[in-house]
Design a protein around this ligand. Sequence first.
Ligand SMILES: [Fe+2]
Ligand SMILES: [Fe+2]
Length: 182
Amino acid sequence: MMNPMTADNLRSAFGGESQAHMRYRIWAEKAEKDGFPTVARLFMATSDAEQVHATLHFKALKDEVGDFSVTSGAGFGYGTTSDNLQGAINGELHEVNQMYPAYIAVAELQEEKEALRAYRYAIEAEKVHAELFTKAKEAVDAGKDLEAKVVELCPICGYITLTGEEDKCPLCNAKKEVFVAY
Ligand SMILES: [Fe+2]
Ligand SMILES: [Fe+2]
């Protein structure tokens, strides 16, 4: 059996990632309506990245069968695309600076290898998400859409590129052939 505190943290991370997945789809639709189609693509790619993380957490919990009440942080708000991008940046930075470092510390203490692998993919990808959302917000606040050569997702770890210049995923080493375009 998994240590109960790591299991609790994984369920909470699953909840947070699941809600981020849905929230970004809602904000993608709004970005489309607001006339920012590339920002909408970034929201959709990032939505799917959060599904990748939720899936890693879910699979790490494979032996923890049953019903649980799950408490997880989740941002709310349906404003302008600039507001929504700020919400996205805040959520990503919460994960990067607060949530995952704390969960990683517990999992290291409890020697929970599979949880650690899931958290480490997630925290590194969320750093990239925060950067890309910041870039998107700067463009939107200047009255422009995000500029991107491509919007591509690594479906193994949740990394996202706007250049397509990587030979392989810089976070998980996956071949770039597996990247998914939006
Ligand atoms: Fe993210
Ligand atoms: Fe990757």
